[in-house]
Design a protein around this ligand. Structure first.
Ligand SMILES: [Zn+2]
Length: 286
């Protein structure tokens, strides 16, 4: 699933194609509700931005498009007449300017609303602070993590909760917890504020490095993957075999190093299972 850093790159690419330009063609296709995008023809695109895992495209006629990719969606930019690299039947949205064709493929959410309604539009209004925003507030993210409904959540699930902070998905969950030496099933209530702030800031700096923003380590290159999709391989720090088991409501596998990320007292092995090693993948979609 594309995470905040991938959406940031999509926003940059789509923004280069659309910002300041007149929309000369707009089409949307199902499945699902089809927004009346013909209302965008003749409008000028004012701004394209990511907010967590959402892409927001704002127009000068007071309308705004929101796209959310979930697992399989993606944004492509083509020149007029250029052959698309995915089937036209998968296109959910097509926006044309004189110089470019922006296509969204397979996003389950493409919706149009009035820009002024964004502040009260739940999927965006409820988001926690955006990790890639230059005014990201880690203390506000901590306050949200400390809300009573999250006390019993595992830290692995809690940092992916977009209402805590917007932008972390499965990849950066893995990598932030490894760097902080945290067992992914540790309950939020068992972690002190300093540790939670360390997790929040580590996630922020991983995402910043991923999109080429300077972070506290001075890095602008994409961070290494220590645990994500490395189940069954030796830990690059200590050599221990990385383990994996299901976590969370979508029960995807979480991989961790039992030595670098030891379970706190009382957690035991709780049925941890070895997972068949996965073929390491290159850089995530983005
Ligand atoms: Zn290790």
């Amino acid at each position: 699933m594309p995470e905040g850093d991938a959406l940031y790159r999509f926003a940059r690419r789509v923004g280069e194609a659309l910002e300041g330009r007149v929309i000369i063609g707009a089409r949307a296709h199902g499945p699902g509700p089809v927004p009346q995008v013909h209302r965008l023809v003749g409008a000028i695109c004012k701004r394209v931005a990511s907010r967590g895992k959402n892409l927001l495209i704002e127009f000068d006629n007071g309308l705004l498009l929101r796209g959310h990719l979930r697992m399989y969606g993606t944004w492509h930019v083509y020149r007029p007449g250029e052959r698309w690299s995915r089937p036209g039947a998968e296109a959910r949205l097509v926006l044309e300017t004189a110089e470019s064709v922006v296509v969204n493929f397979s996003a389950p959410v493409i919706e149009m609303l009035e820009t002024r309604a964004l502040a009260v539009h739940a999927p965006v209004a409820k988001l926690g602070p955006d990790l890639l925003s230059d005014d990201f507030d880690p203390v506000e993210a901590l306050r949200r993590l400390r809300e009573p409904l999250r006390a019993e959540m595992t830290i692995g699930d809690a940092i992916m909760d977009q209402q805590v902070m917007a932008g972390v998905g499965n990849i950066w969950k893995h990598e932030a917890l490894f760097r902080c030496g945290l067992y992914p099933w540790t309950r939020v209530r068992e972690l002190d504020d300093a540790t939670l702030l360390e997790v929040i800031e580590t996630a922020q700096h991983l995402l910043r490095a991923s999109v080429g923003k300077v972070n506290r380590w001075g890095l602008v290159r994409r961070p290494s993957m220590y645990v994500y999709q490395r189940a069954g391989q030796p830990c690059q720090r200590c050599g221990t075999t990385l383990q994996s088991r299901r976590q969370g409501i979508d029960i995807r596998f979480t991989t961790w190093c039992p030595r670098c990320q030891p379970a706190p007292a009382g957690y035991g092995r709780s049925g941890a299972v070895m997972h068949r090693p996965l073929r390491p993948r290159g850089t995530p979609q983005g």
